[in-house]
Structures are given as structure tokens and as C-alpha cells.
Design a protein around this ligand. Structure first.
Ligand code: ATP
Length: 223
């Protein structure tokens, strides 16, 4: 299977001098098509920093990132954001839905940006599999935190990215919906060949992952 994400010796420092924080200390990781990878670690260990760097939302201090064999670290920002939009789906802790669009309109926006025609079946399937189909005409502000989170997951998947990066996707969900979300992410990885990384501190969610890693104090190790 093709390698979708390749991270080589990634370091991230914040600040300088005696206040410098070394958040990531030389992390290397390959994720292939169809792999579901979980990363666990305590609060402050560097999980969110790792994920945002993997997706090009911030740059590493040192090291190299390749997405589908394209060097993500040294291309111009305009090209990087285009590639990011096409290839990467983010599920972030703050749900990144557009506040003035209904849930179904969020999908239409994705199509417009991509110059695609609307794939109603795909949108319907995703909303149904996350139990939020009946909410499709509502705005994000009218949903509960957990429903918003699931809508953000549906939108990230709708775009059909080759790499899916999910930061604590089950944090605001009850147990039943948490398992439902993880099952869907796994299914997308295995059946639709997506490289998926889920960062979580919930040990219950990492069962059946293809690989499990731990981040501790800025270091990544395989479990
Ligand atoms: N923009 C920033 N400026 C300065 N320090 C930062 C910044 N972002 C993160 N850090 C620091 O880097 C370290 C790793 O933070 P990060 O948010 O990646 O941890 P985390 O494992 O995701 O934590 P949590 O589980 O609590 O979300 C922490 O010490 C944090 O304070």
C-alpha cells in the first residue's frame, strides 16, 4: 500500500532561551493507505502539536513532511493550502463548521470549493451513520456539542481526503456515539483506503487500531 504521510525527524520548539518548550523531539512516522493509527498520550505531551504539524497547519522547527510524496514543508503557502484542502480531512477539538451554514450546506460549500457536483448519497450516508440525518437543516449553534462534533466528522469525510487527522474526535460524545464515531473512522480507513490518525486519551477507543503509538514528553514510541 502507498505511503500517504511520511514524517521525518520532526522537531517543534516554542519560544526561545530559558522559556523554550521542546514540544516534539525528533518524531518519525509513516502512515499508509487504509491504515487506522491511534496515538495516545497524557495532557501536554504534544499530541495536538503533532497532529497540526502532520496536516501542515503549522510548520515544524526541523524535519520534513511528505504527503502523497509531495514535500509539504517547503512549498509555498498557497500551494500548501490547496493540497491541504484536497488531501487532508481535519477533525479538530474546536469543531470547524461554518456557523452561518446549515449542516447540509456545509457539504455544498465543500463541493463548490472543489468544483464538484453535490454527492447527495454520500452526504446522506454519512449523516445517517452518525445519527444526525434529521438535523441536516439546522445550524451548528442549534446542535449539542456532540452533534456538532459528529457533523464536523461527516464534513471532513465528505471531502474524501486521502489523509484524515482526528484530534480527540470522541471527547464530547457519550459512550455509544464515541464507539460509533471510531467505528466509522475505522471503516473509512479500511474500506475507502484512507490513512487515518486518531489522537485520543481515551484508552477504550484504541482497540482494533492497526498501529498504536504513544507520545510522551515530545517523543513518539510504538506500543
Ligand atoms: N502555540 C504554542 N506556544 C507555546 N507553547 C505551546 C504552543 N502550543 C503548544 N505548546 C506547548 O507544547 C506542549 C505540547 O502541547 P500540545 O497542545 O501539543 O499537547 P497535547 O498532548 O495535545 O495536550 P492536551 O491533551 O491537553 O490537548 C505543551 O507544553 C504546550 O504548553
Amino acid at each position: 500500500m502507498k505511503t500517504i504521510l511520511k514524517m521525518e525527524n520532526i522537531t517543534k520548539n516554542f519560544g526561545s532561551g530559558h522559556t523554550e518548550i521542546k514540544a516534539l523531539k525528533g518524531i518519525s512516522l509513516d502512515v499508509k493507505q487504509g491504515e487506522f493509527v491511534s496515538i495516545i498520550g497524557p495532557s501536554g505531551s504534544g499530541k495536538s502539536t503533532f497532529l497540526t504539524i502532520a496536516g501542515g497547519l503549522q510548520s515544524p522547527t526541523f524535519g520534513k513532511i511528505l504527503i502523497n510524496n509531495i514535500n509539504f514543508t517547503n512549498i509555498p503557502e498557497k500551494k500548501r493550502s490547496k493540497l491541504r484542502f484536497k488531501e487532508i480531512g481535519f477533525v479538530l477539538q474546536s469543531s470547524n463548521l461554518i456557523p452561518y451554514l446549515t449542516i447540509e450546506e456545509q457539504f455544498i460549500l465543500v463541493d463548490k470549493i472543489n468544483h464538484h457536483t453535490n454527492n447527495d448519497d454520500r452526504g446522506t450516508d454519512l449523516l445517517k451513520s452518525l445519527d444526525i440525518y434529521d438535523l441536516k437543516k439546522k445550524y451548528p449553534r442549534d446542535l449539542s456539542g456532540g452533534e456538532r462534533q459528529r457533523a464536523a466528522i461527516a464534513r471532513a469525510l465528505y471531502n474524501n481526503p486521502s489523509l484524515l487527522l482526528a484530534d480527540e474526535p470522541t471527547a464530547s460524545l457519550d459512550t455509544e456515539h464515541a464507539y460509533q464515531v471510531v467505528d466509522l473512522l475505522k471503516k473509512e480507513a479500511h474500506l475507502k483506503n484512507k490513512a487515518t490518525i486518531m489522537v485520543t486519551h481515551d484508552q477504550r477507543m484504541i482497540k482494533n487500531s492497526d498501529h498504536i503509538y504513544q507520545i510522551e514528553d515530545g517523543f513518539l514510541s510504538k506500543l
